[in-house]
Design a protein around this ligand. Structure first.
Ligand code: P1T
Length: 379
């Protein structure tokens, strides 16, 4: 199946009881057994649940993987990946990444003896310089949150293969509609399914997808042993969301392009971060590894004034000021005080997360209304 068909049918079977076209919400914690071990493949819903299973198959299908795992949040999915490690192990991560991922790495796992290196990965030789016998995982976010840097997944995967490391890619911003990291050599794809996969700002969820059976088994063990799973109702919602991922993404990309171009021409705007621009430093990599450029855009205003940025996000009306992204409705955020407040100011400013930076998740409303809203708020 091609991608658009996979979003609707990938990994799915009609329900065997009554032929329900959508999988029922199996709102149950446990399953009757005829004798100990005498069950139909489901024992307890932390381990397996039919609705979650249908969703996990959909995750695997759209990411061109073999095994999907669903978690109670994106951070719970990342938590499971880092639990593959032992004290003394090291991770090399992108230095521009979601603030909550940075917080999980530095405030939780660092205390368990895992060492994290944060570096710009646009130049992949930076990565090789940090590799030693303790290095186990390379953590890549691309496009990065919120600076929209693009990292060459294929080039990083060549390094990870050379040193026998695990390459994990957070594909939240791109979604498999735009890029499929497993095809580019990644070992693990991670999602905050809260965002584009769910697509309607009504659920918090995380996902992992892998191809390798042994790695999948280790992750399934952690998923069950640590227990950060999502419930059947949420599984149903994300499964429903995935069925329109391709049409939503197409419109997010169209609107994103128009908003990026509008902002670039605005006299009060200093810089627009969007990988579709030819002048974006990683545009050629974006063009080669992504099918389009998405609906996430960050920009700064002239003067780099904190109060000006706050005034703009307060004045926006069609764009809602809120954490999160990837829903049908347009959202705006102020990373320095919101999503990236957990990164120290000196660290975040090194990557460009300055006080005037505003992040937009461009939704799928009429473009004229989005532009008019930005116009009134910036002017
Ligand atoms: O929020 P949660 O589902 O736990 O996912 C965490 C996460 C992981 N990776 C990326 C790239 C993310 O953007 C996120 C969550 N991000 C936001 C809430 C945000 O507004 O950026």
């Amino acid at each position: 199946m091609k991608f658009n068909t996979k979003t609707i049918h990938g990994g799915q079977k009609h329900d065997t009881a009554f032929g329900a076209v959508m999988p029922p919400i199996y709102q149950t914690s446990t399953y009757a057994q005829t004798t100990p071990g005498g069950h139909k493949g489901f024992e307890y819903s932390r381990t397996h649940n039919p609705t979650r299973h249908a969703l996990e198959n959909a995750f695997a299908s759209i990411e061109n993987g073999k095994f999907g795992l669903a978690f109670g949040s994106g951070l719970a999915a990342i938590d499971a990946v880092i639990k593959l490690l032992k004290p003394g192990d090291e991770v090399i991560s992108t230095n521009d990444l979601y603030g909550g991922s940075y917080r999980l790495f530095t405030k939780i796992f660092q205390d368990f003896g895992i060492k994290f290196h944060f570096i710009g990965m646009q130049n992949t030789t930076n990565i090789e310089e940090l590799i030693n016998e303790n290095t186990k995982i390379i953590w890549v976010e691309t496009p990065t949150n919120p600076m929209m840097n693009i990292i060459d997944i294929k080039a990083v995967s060549e390094i990870s293969k050379k040193y026998k490391l695990i390459l994990a890619v957070d594909n939240t911003f791109a979604t498999p509609y735009l890029q499929q990291p497993l095809d580019l050599g990644a070992d693990i794809v991670m999602h905050s399914a809260t965002k584009y996969l769910g697509g309607h700002s009504d659920v918090v969820m995380g996902a992992l997808v892998v191809k390798d059976k042994e790695l999948a088994d280790r992750l399934y063990f952690i998923q069950n042993a640590s227990g950060a799973v999502c419930g059947p109702q949420d599984s149903f919602l994300v499964l429903r969301g995935i069925k329109t991922l391709h049409v939503r993404m197409q419109r997010h990309c169209e609107n994103g392009k128009d908003v990026a171009e509008y902002l670039r021409n605005h006299p009060k705007v200093k810089k627009v971060y969007w990988p579709g621009f030819e002048e974006h430093p990683n545009h050629l990599i974006a063009k080669s590894q992504m099918n389009d450029f998405g609906g996430m855009i960050s920009f700064t205003t002239k003067g780099n004034n904190y109060d000006d940025a706050i005034k703009i996000v307060e004045n926006l009306k069609v764009f809602t000021l809120a954490e999160s992204l990837g829903g049908v409705e347009s959202l705006c955020g102020h990373p320095a005080s919101m999503t990236h407040a957990s990164i120290p100011k000196t660290e975040r400013e090194k990557t460009g997360v300055v006080d005037s930076l505003i992040r937009l998740s461009v939704g799928i409303e009429d473009i004229e209304d989005l532009i008019a809203d930005l116009n009134q708020a910036i002017n």
